[in-house]
Design a protein around this ligand. Structure first.
Ligand SMILES: Cc1cc2nc3c(=O)[nH]c(=O)nc-3n(C[C@H](O)[C@H](O)[C@H](O)COP(=O)(O)OP(=O)(O)OC[C@H]3O[C@@H](n4cnc5c(N)ncnc54)[C@H](O)[C@@H]3O)c2cc1C
Length: 512
C-alpha cells in the first residue's frame, strides 16, 4: 500500500506531488509519456495580479464577469489571492518566466482581462516550461508510472481505496492507496475538433461517475475560437495571446468578421468569438487569423510559428486558417475548497475538478493557476487527514462482457453537443447514447477505456439537455440567452443514482 496515488502528471498532479512532504510515499500515474497532457500544450500563460497597478480584486472581477454569473465568488477570492502569493513564491524559487528589460516578469494581455497580467515562459511554451520545472523538482521524490492507464477506482465500504491499472503491455494490477487523487485533465478528445492532447478523453468523469461521486456543471465546455485547422483536421492551437497582440479575424475576402459582432471585436469574450467564427464557417465559409502585420511573431510565438511552418503556412506571410475546437471543461467532479470530493479518500484537482472558479466560462489563463493553487491546498489538507486504511485483497476477474464504442460518437459530439446546441439534437444524442453504469471489472482494459469515452460523452450531453437556457459557453439555439429561472438556484440532475447537476450559486447579480 502507498500513501498517495495521483492519477495524472500535468500541472495539478505534479504540483501536488511537489507540495507533499518527502516522508509520504507518492505515485504519479500517466496514461502516456509524461509530456502527453494539456499542461504541456499551454501557450498563453498563467494569470496572476502581480503587475504594477494590478490587484487581486480586479482579477476576481474579471473572472466573475467571464463566468456568466455562475462562479463561486468565495472560491474565486481564494484563486486570485492565493494565486498571487503562489506565483510570487514560484518566481523566487526559479520558475523560468520571461522577463522584460528591467528583469521584471513580462506580462501579456489576453481577452477579458482588464490589464496585462499573463506571465509566460519561453514565449508561447509556458506549459512545457512549467512541466519541466515541476518534473525536475519531483525527480527523486515520487514514483512515476508512465503508460499506466487507470481503469477503475476501487471502492470498499463507501471509501476509495485505490485504483485498478493497465500497463503498456496490457497487464492489469491494483494499487492500494490511503488517498487517491483524480488529476486526469480535460475532455477535448471527445470531440472531433479540439486543441487538447490525446490523453484528454474525460476518463476522470467516468471513473468518478462509476464510483458514485457527485459531478456538476458538465454542460459547460469552452470552445477555443482559434484552433489551427487544415482540411477539417485540428493541427494545434493559435493562442489568444496572438489576438492580444493585434491579430485580426478575417474572411476569405479579407473582411473583419468581428466588426459588427462585439465592441471588443477580436478580444470579445472567448465564447462570443468562438460562436461568431463557427457561425461564419457554417453560413459563409472559412475564417482566418491574420497576423501578418505583427512585429516579431517568430520571436514572440516560436512554437506556434514552427507548427504553422510545419503545416506549410507562414504566419508572417499568410493568414492562418482557424475554426473553434473543444478546449477546456469548466465542470467536472464536485470538490470543496480543499479538493475533497463527495467520496472519502477521493480528491480531484486541476481541469477534472469543478471547484466553482470558472462558472459557465473560464477566463483565459486561469486554469493553470487553478491547478497550482488547489493542488497546493490539497497538499495541506491531506497532511491533516487520517492514514488508516488496511491492506485489502482484490481478486482479478476475467473479462466476460462486451462493449463496442459507437464509431460516430466523436462526430456526433461535435455536431450535436458542440458549440451551437439545440434541444431536439441533444435529445437524439441522449436517446442514442444513454447514460449507463457499467460493471467495469467484467470488461477488458481496452473496452473499459472505450466505456470511459462513451460515459464522459453521455454525461456532458445529459447535462447540456438538462440546462434549458444559454449561459456562458453553453449555448442553446432553442433556449433564451440567460434565464432568471436558472440564476441563483440549486438544480440537481440525478441519473442512475448519481448527481450530475449544477452548483448552488453563492451570489446573485443582475443578469445582463
Ligand atoms: C492547447 C492548449 C493551450 C492552453 N493554454 C493555456 C494557457 O495558456 N493558460 C492556462 O491557464 N491554461 C491553458 N490551457 C488549459 C490548461 O493547459 C489545462 O487546463 C491544465 O493544464 C490542466 O492541467 P491538469 O493537470 O488538470 O491536466 P493535464 O495537464 O491535461 O494532465 C492530465 C494527466 O492525466 C493523465 N490521465 C488522464 N487519464 C488517465 C488515466 N485514465 N490513467 C492515468 N492517467 C491519466 C494524463 O496522462 C495526464 O498526465 C490550455 C490547454 C490547451 C489544450
Amino acid at each position: 500500500m502507498i500513501d498517495i496515488c495521483i492519477i495524472g502528471g500535468g500541472a495539478a498532479g505534479l504540483m501536488l506531488a511537489n507540495s507533499l512532504p518527502p516522508s509520504l510515499s507518492v505515485a504519479v500515474l500517466t496514461k502516456e509519456d509524461p509530456f502527453s497532457s494539456n499542461t504541456a500544450l499551454a501557450q498563453g500563460g498563467i494569470a496572476a495580479s502581480i503587475g504594477p497597478g494590478d490587484h487581486p480584486a480586479s482579477h476576481a472581477a474579471d473572472t466573475l464577469s467571464a463566468a456568466a454569473n455562475h462562479a463561486d465568488a468565495e472560491r474565486v477570492e481564494l484563486l486570485v489571492w492565493e494565486g498571487q502569493a503562489l506565483i510570487e513564491a514560484m518566481l523566487s524559487q526559479g520558475l523560468p518566466f520571461d522577463a522584460d528589460a528591467t528583469g521584471q516578469p513580462s506580462l501579456g494581455q489576453e481577452a477579458a482581462h482588464a490589464t496585462r497580467r499573463i506571465l509566460h515562459a519561453g514565449g508561447d511554451q509556458t506549459g512545457k516550461k512549467l512541466l519541466q520545472h515541476l518534473l525536475a523538482k519531483t525527480e527523486n521524490r515520487v514514483k512515476r508510472l508512465p503508460y499506466s492507464s487507470v481503469l477503475e477506482l476501487i471502492m470498499h465500504d463507501g471509501q476509495c481505496t485505490g485504483v485498478s491499472v493497465e500497463d503498456a503491455f496490457g497487464k492489469r494490477s491494483f494499487i492500494q492507496a490511503q488517498h487517491t487523487i483524480l488529476a486526469t485533465g480535460g475532455i477535448g478528445q471527445l470531440y472531433s475538433q479540439t486543441s487538447n492532447s490525446i490523453a484528454a478523453t474525460g476518463d476522470g468523469l467516468s471513473l468518478a461517475f462509476h464510483a458514485g461521486a457527485v459531478l456538476e456543471d458538465l454542460e459547460f465546455v469552452q470552445f477555443h475560437p482559434t484552433v489551427f485547422t487544415i482540411n477539417g483536421n485540428s493541427c494545434g492551437l493559435i493562442s489568444e495571446a496572438v489576438r492580444g497582440e493585434g491579430a485580426l479575424l478575417i474572411d476569405s475576402e479579407g473582411k473583419r468578421i468581428m466588426a459588427d459582432v462585439h465592441p471588443l471585436r477580436e478580444l470579445a469574450p472567448r465564447d462570443i468569438v468562438a460562436r461568431a467564427i463557427e457561425w461564419h464557417w457554417q453560413q459563409k465559409g472559412p475564417v482566418f487569423l491574420d497576423a501578418r502585420h505583427l512585429q516579431d511573431f517568430k520571436a514572440k510565438f516560436p512554437s506556434i510559428y514552427r507548427n504553422c511552418l510545419h503545416h506549410h503556412i507562414n504566419p508572417e506571410k499568410q493568414p492562418i486558417p482557424v475554426r473553434p475546437g473543444a478546449h477546456f471543461h469548466m465542470g467536472g467532479v464536485q470538490t470543496n475548497e480543499w479538493g475533497e470530493t463527495t467520496i472519502p479518500h477521493l480528491y480531484a484537482i486541476g481541469e477534472i475538478a469543478s471547484t466553482g472558479v470558472h462558472g459557465a466560462n473560464r477566463l483565459a489563463s486561469n486554469s493553470l493557476l487553478e491547478s497550482l493553487v488547489f493542488a497546493k491546498r490539497l497538499a495541506e489538507k491531506i497532511q491533516t487527514c487520517g492514514f488508516s486504511q488496511k491492506e485489502l485483497f482484490f481478486p482479478l476477474i476475467e473479462p466476460t462482457k462486451e462493449f463496442l464504442l459507437p464509431a460516430d460518437l466523436q462526430m456526433r459530439m461535435t455536431e450535436q453537443v458542440g458549440i451551437l446546441r439545440d434541444g431536439v439534437e441533444l435529445k437524439k444524442f441522449t436517446s442514442d447514447f444513454p447514460l449507463l453504469r457499467f460493471d467495469l471489472q467484467h470488461y477488458s482494459g481496452q473496452q473499459i477505456k472505450e466505456i470511459h469515452r462513451y460515459t464522459a460523452s453521455s454525461l456532458i450531453a445529459q447535462a447540456a439537455l438538462f440546462r434549458t437556457e444559454s449561459r456562458g459557453a453553453h449555448y442553446r439555439i432553442d433556449a433564451p440567452p440567460v434565464s432568471e429561472d436558472w440564476t441563483g438556484k440549486t438544480v440537481q440532475l440525478s441519473v442512475n443514482g448519481v448527481t450530475i447537476g449544477t452548483r448552488k450559486l453563492q451570489h446573485k447579480e443582475t443578469v445582463s
